[in-house]
Design a protein around this ligand. Structure first.
Ligand code: AOF
Ligand code: ZN
Length: 365
């Protein structure tokens, strides 16, 4: 196998940490001796061993003189776990192939430098693009302390998220809906506005076996959420946070049910979404999936917090000038004020199409 192929195997391993590794990065490591893979590991969960140490733990023979392929620069600091550089040195690895650099200021280049100082050959940037693509969430969070925010919606080919009577079950088919559950298992939090919470009475949990469960966030400015809704009833099982713009006795009732209530008014009677993202960042929530509805989508886009968009498009046409669309609010006046998107990825999920984009940093045209 080539260096690139060993690194692709390490990427495959890294991805197994999806959902549980956050807010840490997903990292995979492969140990190769005389053309044989003798050890493999990945970062399984935040607080657990790093990929390199898990790879060493899997060894059945000495790694002396072996090569290590690791998707992220090995750490050299004492965090929740001791430095990986020490394990690499102790195990007498001869060469380390690295994919991405670690932007964590505690590591950032120092991990590779320490290994070189100890006489280990270090080859950086091996299929870097592919390795970088594993961790957009971690890279964003470690640099900004803010969660990576994705907006998700499912619409008909004519851009409707419900019929004129408000019915939305279902727009997309089973495969696309299962794909949404895999997103919920990956993102640290799932967020909806109170309009969607009232209309759909959703659970917002991940229904894939063994998956990570996201924090459920409801933006509920006026605390309209009924105490007997699915979200409130299951607050003892799934972590839940309600963000409001003014507290009343309802806030206490929600707290008694085990729900975290934060009050973050924007001065115009609504929740300040930028402040909410800062609060979630402080709570180690490194990614948020916004699942609607149109009002919260518009607020999120106009407040500039959105990094990514997932648009599922169903081969159906609803019609109706009053049928809701994915982004509501007032909307913009001039095309040059638009939210611009880039890096299109198209996936077919059953009969539906998923178009996923990054939001352009500059915005506008
Ligand atoms: C690695 N291999 O598998 C991971 C790394 O608190 P800790 O000890 O878990 O450290 C977290 C930091 O370590 C994280 O911010 C990132 O810089 C690095 N993650 N490094 O060598 C791994 N997950
Ligand atoms: Zn480490």
């Amino acid at each position: 196998m080539t260096n690139e192929e060993y690194m692709l195997r390490a990427i495959e391993l890294a991805k197994k940490g999806g959902g549980f590794a956050a807010p840490n990065p997903m990292v995979g490591a492969v140990i190769v001796k005389e053309g044989r893979i003798i050890g493999e590991g990945f970062h399984e969960r935040c607080g657990g061993l790093h990929a390199e140490r898990n790879a060493f733990a899997s060894l059945r023979e000495s790694a002396e003189g072996a090569d290590m392929y690791v998707t992220l620069e090995p750490c050299c600091h004492y965090g929740r776990t001791p430095p990986c550089t020490e394990a690499i040195i102790e195990n007498k690895i001869a060469r380390v192939f690295i994919g991405s650099g670690d932007p964590n200021p505690l590591v950032s280049g120092k991990g590779a430098a320490i290994l070189r100082e100890r006489g280990i050959e270090v080859i950086e940037g091996v299929i870097k693009k592919e390795c970088d693509a594993v961790n957009p969430v971690f890279f964003h969070y470690i640099r900004t302390k803010l969660p990576y925010v994705a907006l998700k919606y499912a619409m008909t080919l004519d851009g409707k998220i419900a019929t004129r009577t408000g019915k939305s079950k279902w727009i997309t088919g089973e495969e696309a809906r299962a794909h949404v559950h895999s997103l919920r298992g990956f993102y640290s939090a799932v967020l909806v506005g109170s309009g969607t919470a009232l209309a759909d009475d959703p659970m917002l949990n991940c229904r894939l076996p063994g998956a990570h469960q996201p924090l459920r966030v409801i933006v509920d400015s006026k605390l309209r959420l009924p105490l007997d809704c699915n979200i409130c009833r299951t607050a003892g099982t799934y972590d839940t946070l309600v963000a409001c713009a003014g507290e009343n006795e309802k806030a206490e009732a929600l707290r008694r049910m085990g729900i975290t209530v934060v009050c973050l008014p924007d001065g115009r009677g609504r929740v300040d979404l930028s402040s909410l993202m800062r609060e979630l960042g402080k709570m180690q929530i490194s990614s948020v999936l916004i699942e609607g509805g149109g009002e919260i989508a518009e607020s999120a886009l106009s407040s500039g917090i959105v990094n990514h968009v997932y648009a599922y498009i169903a081969p159906k046409i609803f019609g109706g000038k009053d049928a809701k669309s994915p982004v509501e609010g007032l909307g913009i006046e001039s095309p040059e004020d638009c939210t611009r998107l880039e890096n299109l990825r198209i996936t077919q999920t059953g009969e539906d199409i998923l178009m996923s984009y990054d939001v352009s940093v500059k915005g506008g045209v």
